[in-house]
Ligand binder design. Structure first.
Ligand code: SF4
Ligand code: SF4
Ligand code: SF4
Length: 303
């Protein structure tokens, strides 16, 4: 049984909103796919949610980036700085920078429908296989290769052509609702469905495998989370190595070393479960909490 904290104080109550991650994920799924806002498809929602889903309300940021890269060759040719400006999808890049600059990777832990799907399917099997940390660097390669460089040279949005979320939301739902599309289901359609099937099976055996190894959008968020305004911290002076957070982390990380790192999806499950308040999130500019400050506060209380 867990005793009181090392300082002899009961833990402070975690913020109320930490208890509602599941509800936020459901709301975000509905918000992204409620059909009624589909006139907003020109806007980006900073999560992996396929634009071609019949119910999707927003554009997918990865789709926009790839289309910009595919067309950049034409836009750039001979138009100088104006061409360069026209080649950059300023609105989408700005949206991604704004959200990840403020919240780091919280879109992954709290908003992304494909992350949510992986959480749900992952519940089918409790015991999970390990994903070696080195595999998480593959995401940066996918970002550079399939989202930027190869689309630039081939004028084809290659990541979207292989994306399992596209296979699910566009590839399955569109022909289901529109029989006229079914004759178009040829080899490539089957390849995408095969990728989706492999991804879904992988979700049962590994923790969020697509987020951990493949997702280029998560890679962008990981890069920005290093400087985001909202930061997750581990306070070594309060930690008693009870290992609760290690058991609870849905990504299989050791939050004492990796919370807020590039593999962390910022779900804040470790903050919610830590009985000693050793993990907390706060604005980056706020002072670091240490036990000495707490002790000083206690001393004043007793005077
Ligand atoms: S890393 Fe996972 S949760 Fe984050 S955007 Fe990609 S699919 Fe969504
Ligand atoms: S940070 Fe983790 S190991 Fe340390 S006290 Fe909190 S739950 Fe226990
Ligand atoms: S380290 Fe904490 S915030 Fe990061 S994925 Fe694990 S439980 Fe979530």
């Amino acid at each position: 049984m867990l005793s009181e904290t090392p300082s002899g104080r009961r833990r402070s109550k975690p913020p109320w909103w930490l208890r509602h991650r599941f509800a936020v994920q459901v709301l975000s799924l509905v918000f992204a796919n409620s059909y009624i806002l589909r006139a907003w498809k020109g806007f980006c929602y900073p999560v992996l949610n396929c634009w071609s889903c019949p119910a999707a309300n927003f554009a997918c940021p990865l789709g926009v980036l790839q289309n910009a890269a595919s067309n950049a060759g034409y836009t750039l040719s001979g138009s100088g700085i104006r061409g360069l400006w026209a080649a950059i999808p300023v609105y989408t890049v700005g949206t991604l920078l704004l959200f990840s600059g403020l919240f780091g990777r919280m879109m992954c832990g709290w908003l992304c429908p494909f992350g949510f799907l992986q959480d749900l399917i992952g519940r089918l099997r409790k015991k999970k296989l390990l994903i070696r940390p080195a595999w998480s660097y593959v995401r940066y390669g996918v970002l550079v290769a399939l989202v930027l460089v190869v689309p630039y040279y081939t004028h084809v949005p290659w990541f979207s052509k292989l994306c399992p979320m596209g296979a699910l939301q566009g590839g399955l739902l569109q022909p289901l609702l529109n029989p006229d599309l079914r004759p178009m289901m040829h080899e490539w359609w089957w390849l995408k469905q095969g990728i989706l099937l492999v991804t879904v099976v992988a979700m049962i055996f590994w923790r969020r495998p697509f987020c951990a190894v493949i997702c280029p959008l998560g890679a962008i968020f990981s890069l920005c989370s290093r400087i985001s305004a909202w930061e997750i911290r581990w306070d070594e002076s309060k930690c008693v190595d009870c290992m609760l957070c290690v058991k609870r982390c849905p990504q299989g990380l050791d939050p004492r070393r990796e919370v807020g790192g590039h593999r962390c999806v910022a779900c804040l499950e470790c903050q919610k479960c830590c009985p000693y308040d050793a993990i907390y999130s706060a604005p980056r500019w706020s002072p670091v909490r240490v036990r000495e400050q707490e002790s000083a506060g206690q001393a004043t209380d007793h005077e």
